[in-house]
Design a protein around this ligand. Structure first.
Ligand SMILES: Nc1nc2c(ncn2[C@@H]2O[C@H](COP(=O)(O)OP(=O)(O)OP(=O)(O)O)[C@@H](O)[C@H]2O)c(=O)[nH]1
Ligand SMILES: [K+]
Ligand SMILES: [Mg+2]
Length: 364
């Protein structure tokens, strides 16, 4: 039996198994098996068809955003609208066949936007260019899942499943479980909170399925068996995702209102240029970028040229960005802005910067 058949067998068995206390271990084990086979699907195949030709676009700028969606939802129209790159758009499916990069300039940051071929059900198993598209999505900082507002909700759940099945976790935090494989000593299991979804026995069963017999496990939150499996499998990516409903010029106001109220959702019309500013704001928030301005002694801050950092970046990160050797010469810094109690404040390398702070570095 091939891997795909095995996967579909297990999925069927999970579907027909009733979820209750008595089947808890059986289901846990099935899920562990399923995750194992799915991860085998991810392993690179040797056939030429799966090579990433036309997809290996260099990362550039301060962050990367991938456009994922069914064919003809308006991905290329969106790229052409938001960047100075033109990507061919047309009313037939699979117009775009490779990865087309553009740049969104926003708040002084360069955000790389990637237009990609449309993907369909079965993409993660290699249908169409699904695997290459998803591989690109994995390398991005935020996924924009573009949906056709005139089509049903099923589009969204299908795509979510495709991404889930290759280890991409959308709008989820990494489970707070400490896990360390050991050389000996068996499995030590502890938790700092009451567990309602996993037990020591289930954790052992799952670990045995992965041929792990010695490990330290500490649950710091009430996780599900699936979340535990994610931790032991390890190659998961946790990624913010914006659900962008395009073509709202084609649906009723009531429907627009309903879609706009869903979590992580933004409604737009590329055709009528509706709500694109709000989408950029949401994108910025999800990218969690921070602008830092530098200032030289006796001069005004350089507001024309921001240093773009990840949220939570420290003075050390900023110094490293200004010049590779600056941290070794660092004496102290003065910081103006919301990260300090008073402005300016004298800070060390570990101080965390906030959006639009100004920094002046003093060398030894
Ligand atoms: N009514 C309406 N049509 C739109 C809108 N945005 C895009 N379209 C149309 O939708 C069709 C598909 O647009 P594309 O940009 O080619 O879609 P795509 O997602 O890149 O398609 P593929 O590359 O084939 O996957 C084109 O005919 C566009 O003119 C919109 O906001 N409203
Ligand atoms: K199209
Ligand atoms: Mg396209």
């Amino acid at each position: 039996m091939g891997i795909l058949e095995k996967i579909s067998e297990i999925e069927k068995e999970i579907a027909r198994t009733q979820k209750n206390k008595a089947t808890e271990y059986h289901l846990g084990l099935l899920k562990a098996k399923l995750a194992k086979y799915r991860s085998q699907l991810l392993e690179p195949s040797k056939s030429a068809a799966n090579k990433g030709e036309g997809f290996d676009v260099m990362k550039s700028g301060d962050a990367r955003v991938a456009l994922i969606g069914f064919p003809s939802v308006g991905k290329s129209t969106f790229l052409s609208l938001m960047t100075s790159t033109a990507s061919e758009a047309a009313s037939y499916e699979f117009t775009t066949l490779t990865c087309i990069p553009g740049v969104i300039e926003y708040k002084g940051a360069n955000i790389q936007l990637l237009d990609l071929p449309g993907i369909i059900e079965g993409a993660s198993q290699g249908k169409g260019r699904g695997r290459q598209v998803i591989a690109v999505a994995r390398t991005s900082d935020v996924v924009i899942m573009m949906l056709d507002a005139t089509k049903g909700e099923v589009q969204r759940s299908l795509l979510e499943m495709e991404l889930e099945s290759v280890g991409i976790r959308l709008n989820k935090r990494k489970p707070n479980i400490y896990f360390k494989p050991k050389k000996g000593g068996g499995i030590s299991f502890n938790s700092t909170v009451p567990l309602t979804q996993c037990s020591e026995k289930l954790v052992q069963l799952i670990l045995h399925e992965y041929k792990m017999f010695n490990a330290e496990v500490l649950f710091r939150e009430d996780c599900t068996p699936d979340e535990f499996i994610d931790v032991i499998v390890g190659n998961r990516v946790y990624m913010p995702c914006l659900y962008v409903y395009n073509k709202i010029d084609q649906i009723s106001m009531e429907e627009v209102d309903r879609l706009a109220r869903q979590p992580y959702s933004v409604v737009i019309s590329c055709g009528m240029k509706l709500n694109l500013d709000y989408l950029l704001e949401m994108l910025w928030e999800n990218l969690a970028l921070t602008c830092i301005y530098t200032k030289k002694r006796g001069e005004r801050p350089d507001f024309g040229d921001a240093i773009i950092m990840r949220k939570g970046a420290s003075v050390e990160h900023v110094c490293h960005r200004i010049h590779r050797t600056l941290t070794s010469q660092f004496k102290y810094a003065l910081v103006w802005g919301t990260s300090t109690k008073y402005s300016p404040q004298r800070v060390g390398l570990t101080h965390n910067m906030e959006h639009e702070d100004v920094i002046q570095v003093f060398k030894k």
